[in-house]
Design a protein around this ligand. Structure first.
Ligand code: AMP
Length: 334
């Protein structure tokens, strides 16, 4: 029903979490027996270039995902612990893998290749993969339902992690995340795109290891890095309102990087019908949406100021005479 149940429990690993979840489902009467659960969907972060849609996870698939685990060392092994835990707890259930990379498998070679030695791609699979695919796919389908036709679409999935995608006739043609989820626009704590030469330079200057620098780029950069205040947009915006210069700098830099990607994708798409905001900021941060859309006035975007105040709901953000129709749509990655 509507009631939320929240508990603090100590869990030693993901298998523990799966078992605790199943125990609760039984104790709360959501299910009477475990075999009522026929299928379990698993969000798997990285499907490499092996999977362009969801797949039933048999032994071969699990083995293939294990083999590409070094592409997502923090996520894929944990995802597989979940798969195995459900297999063990409910042997009759079917496990389905849904990949965050799958929606972006339609990118062309010229879009996913980096201009590095070609052998890196052939031998080590260095290429753009893209992430948040489950969200970008959901938004594409949702916008198609709303409009009754397949739009040319730019999707800004802007939350703590953030990625922007260009979708032409339902197929992703470009996306801002890359080989890893620390590419593209700046995020809550991630830097997004930077000049790669900064890494060895800082290693030398600060006597840091590559892991330490990567940790800073993933966990101490973005909003947090520039503002020094926090990674949450609400804290950044409170700083902007109270006159904190570094919060203002973080806000302005953020808006600029988002707008730059939109401009790039507008051209790549040959013009777009729809711009859709989603995820934490996209669904709620009216202030960020307004600043982004105002910068798109040169493309003919006209904001409906009253509608843009609405947070957390499906809403059209632009006036009827806007050249690009902007929406905010709550995403659904489940
Ligand atoms: P997500 O990763 O999609 O959960 O997004 C998290 C981000 O959304 C946080 O950093 C917040 O800055 C932002 N956010 C969530 N709720 C609001 C809100 N009501 N107003 C502004 N920003 C919000």
């Amino acid at each position: 029903g509507e009631e939320k149940i929240q508990k603090d429990i100590i869990l030693s690993d993901h298998e523990d979490a799966v078992n605790a979840l199943l125990k609760e489902l039984l104790e709360q009467g959501v299910i009477n027996s475990l075999d009522e659960i026929k299928t379990v969907g698993h969000r798997i972060v990285h499907g490499g270039n092996l999977y362009s849609s969801s797949v039933i996870m048999n032994d071969r698939v699990i083995h293939e995902i294990e083999n590409i685990s070094d592409l997502a060392p923090l996520h894929n092994p944990a995802n597989l612990i979940g798969v195995r835990a459900f297999q063990k707890a409910i042997p009759t259930s079917i496990q389905v893998g849904c990949f965050d990379t799958a929606f972006h498998q339609t990118l062309k070679e010229e879009d996913y290749l980096y201009p590095v030695p070609y052998e890196w791609y052939i031998k080590y699979h260095i290429r753009k993969y893209g992430f948040h695919g489950l969200s970008h796919k959901f938004i594409t389908e949702k916008m198609t339902d709303i409009l009754g036709k397949i739009p040319n679409l730019i999707i800004c999935h802007i939350g703590n992690g953030a990625s922007i995608s260009a979708v032409k006739q339902g197929k992703c043609i470009d996306t801002s995340m890359g080989f890893t989820p620390n590419a593209g626009i700046m995020m809550g704590t991630r830097s997004g795109d930077i000049d790669s030469s900064i890494i060895p330079y800082i290693m030398n200057k600060c006597d840091m290891t590559v892991d330490e620098v990567m940790n800073d780029l993933n966990k101490k950069s973005g909003f947090l890095g520039i503002s020094g205040v926090g990674s949450d947009f609400r804290d950044i915006y409170a700083g902007v309102v109270s006159g904190n210069e570094r919060c203002k700098l973080a806000f302005d830099k953020y808006v600029k990087t988002v707008v730059n990607y939109i401009a790039q994708y507008y051209v790549e798409l040959g013009g777009c019908d729809i711009l859709c905001f989603t995820a934490g900021l996209g669904e709620n941060a009216s202030e960020a949406r307004l600043a982004i859309m105002e910068k798109l006035a040169c493309l003919g975007v006209k904001v409906d100021l009253e509608k843009n105040q609405i947070r957390g709901e499906e809403v059209k953000l632009t006036t009827d005479d806007s050249s690009i129709i902007c929406y905010s749509i709550p995403t659904n990655e489940e």
